[in-house]
Design a protein around this ligand. Structure first.
Ligand code: ZN
Length: 219
């Protein structure tokens, strides 16, 4: 493993471990989850006099890739986005529950990220309302973990990214967002260029892209 890749892997592993520890600490402490990073309908407003409205970055759930403040839509995915308060794993059955700011709780497979664009693959979702977040999509977070475990997954992951960029372009068109559409197109071109890369170069390029996106978002 080259020095650069080894370093990237170390940084990434540390970030994932930190995220897991933080989630565990929050769950164990029984404390309230941190304030959502974006405006939520039912979250108390910050005092107007607060000179620093920037909330601390919340931890990332290793099961869902969600963190407090993310906005999601629940099945059938046509309602208004609701901010996430946190997640809980049900002991025994292992169902992951997503706790929402409106007080409801929904199984994670019935929750979809809303109002975001993925800087790795270009996947995106509406509504485009001024609070669209740039963050890795849940598929890219899953692919990152797979790539960490098996570098031979590279070609399959590259193909999946190319497909997601196509879907992202279609979504951006339906949202009438030139910005999201251009990014999805650019990510598609990036993935296509990697068709010709050697396995080592492909692995490094994917890991680098995932790591940059993850670190910028989770910082
Ligand atoms: Zn993605």
């Amino acid at each position: 493993m080259s020095e650069q890749r080894s370093e990237a892997a170390t940084v990434l592993t540390r970030a994932l471990n930190d995220a897991r520890d933080t989630v565990q600490a929050w769950i164990t402490s029984g404390r309230e989850w941190p304030q959502p990073a974006m405006g939520g309908r039912t979250v108390p407003a910050q005092p107007a006099s607060n000179p620093d409205p920037e909330p601390p970055a919340a931890a990332v759930c290793k099961h869902t890739g969600l963190r407090a403040g993310d906005r999601v839509r629940t099945w059938p995915y046509d309602g208004d986005p609701v901010p996430v308060r946190g997640t809980e794993v049900e002991a025994g059955v292992g169902t992951v529950w997503v706790l929402l700011a409106d007080g409801s709780t929904t199984a994670s497979h019935r929750v979809r990220l809303a109002a975001y664009g993925c800087p790795v693959c270009g996947a995106c979702a509406g509504p485009v309302d001024g609070a669209v977040v740039t963050r890795p999509c849940s598929d890219c977070l899953r692919d990152l973990r797979r790539l960490e475990q098996r570098s031979s997954e590279g070609p399959r992951i590259r193909t999946a990214i190319e497909a997601r960029s196509e879907a992202g372009r279609a979504t951006a068109r339906s949202l009438d967002s030139a910005w999201l559409g251009e990014r999805a197109a650019e990510r598609g071109r990036w993935a296509r260029r990697l068709r010709l890369a050697s396995p080592e170069d492909l692995h490094a390029a994917l890991l680098g892209a995932f790591t940059r996106a993850f670190e910028r978002w989770a910082a």
